[in-house]
Design a protein around this ligand. Sequence first.
Ligand SMILES: NC(=O)c1ccc[n+]([C@@H]2O[C@H](COP(=O)([O-])OP(=O)(O)OC[C@H]3O[C@@H](n4cnc5c(N)ncnc54)[C@H](O)[C@@H]3O)[C@@H](O)[C@H]2O)c1
Length: 296
Amino acid sequence: MKIEDIKTVLVVGAGAMGQQIAMNTALNGRAHDYKVILCDSFPAALEKAKKWAPEYLAGRVAKGRITQEEADKVAANLVFSDNVEEAAAQADLVIEAIIENLDAKRDLFQKISKVCKPDTILGTNSSNIVSSKLADVTEHPERLLNMHYFNPALVMQLVEIVRGPHTADETIKTAYAFAENTGKKPIIIQKEIAGFVANRINAAVTREACLLLEKGIASVEDIDTACEKGLNYPMGPFRLMDLTGLDVNYYVRRDRFAESGDPNDAPSPLVIDKVIKGEYGRKTGKGWYDYSDSKK
Ligand SMILES: NC(=O)c1ccc[n+]([C@@H]2O[C@H](COP(=O)([O-])OP(=O)(O)OC[C@H]3O[C@@H](n4cnc5c(N)ncnc54)[C@H](O)[C@@H]3O)[C@@H](O)[C@H]2O)c1
């Protein structure tokens, strides 16, 4: 499938990532007039996304970012469906953004690859599941790859295009061009690796920050200040962990350690301690910082 043949895009999973990937495609790809179908197997998730989309577009119009006419065109190009097989049969590109569960993703890829066109590109937005874990259930694995967006997908520009051993060059080329056509800055990851590039670099920074704290070298605040004022990071590693959730950091590192056995991958004891106390960050009102006064 060449980029000029991509007309209809199916996004499966209308959660935090899927609804924004779908909106990004319709909105920031509007010059290409992409038809986007957003699917979810849970009616409540679909209803939530249906309610959110016009509100989001109205906000863009109110801020002067797009005209009412453009918003109307985007709204007309973004449709919702609970019938994933019917939608897959029409799609030239499928971006899967369902729950992070290998069995659920394998079921879905098996189901959709049976009904979609033989040259439809199938991308998974998974942060941790590489596409080779889906290749054996997919009819045309040369069209299969990871397309990893960042949260929030309407704002973050990076898309990691990950080549599996089964992925054809043309698939990589088309996915790359599609990301560019929808306002993103893609990079190509030439070999599958857990965590891909950006999250691995972030994990290394976070690990070092925790080690410095464990050794009593500097405080949470001062380590964040070093990164923000000395390295120009928009947010220090502790502040970022509070935003994304210490529980998420714990689970990701626990799973990576279970897979690699490398002690460097294990969760920091300081993070474990916080998770045991239920201090997950902003979402619980306390993490590395206290948010009860909502000032940080
Ligand atoms: N949240 C992030 O920061 C982030 C960033 C990058 C990538 N990802 C990846 O994106 C994917 C989705 O993450 P999320 O945070 O949007 O999750 P989420 O829980 O917000 O959304 C998942 C959605 O998938 C739906 N769903 C579950 N099973 C389904 C099925 N079989 N068919 C159709 N819909 C189904 C659920 O109803 C839900 O609406 C995961 O693979 C995750 O690793 C997440």
